[in-house]
Design a protein around this ligand. Sequence first.
Ligand code: FES
Length: 146
Amino acid sequence: MNRNEFIKTCGWGCFGIMTGISGLTSCAGTRYFQASLEGDYMIVPLDAFVNSKDDQSSFRPSVIAHHESLQYPIAVFRLSETEYQALWMRCTHQGTELQVFGDRLQCPAHGSEFTNTGMVQNGPADDPLRTFPVRIEANTLKIDLK
Ligand code: FES
């Protein structure tokens, strides 16, 4: 069933509920962040993961870091206080830009799903996502893009 058939069958109310739910899911924990580059490193301040300035102890599970010189954004997952995972948001099936939903990445083209460590959860993609080494330095994450 395509989108138009779905709307006709279900009605605009149902469509609104579905888009509202998916919008909340995708927005609730993810922050979009314009990162800077220093040589081969993308720089993401650790503050980007803090939920609010009033509560420095509550963290987002991920941020999506953009830079205009990169073709795809990088999803950075906070696995623990000292462990972060950086993933190239390019689907390994046919190259569509992925979307973050909670602790997963999903492909809007054909439905592949990846874990927050880049492993394939559901196909048709066969290969894991490209990952980048991350190190913590002076309250920033340095993501090695080499
Ligand atoms: S391009 Fe992502 S599943 Fe096909």
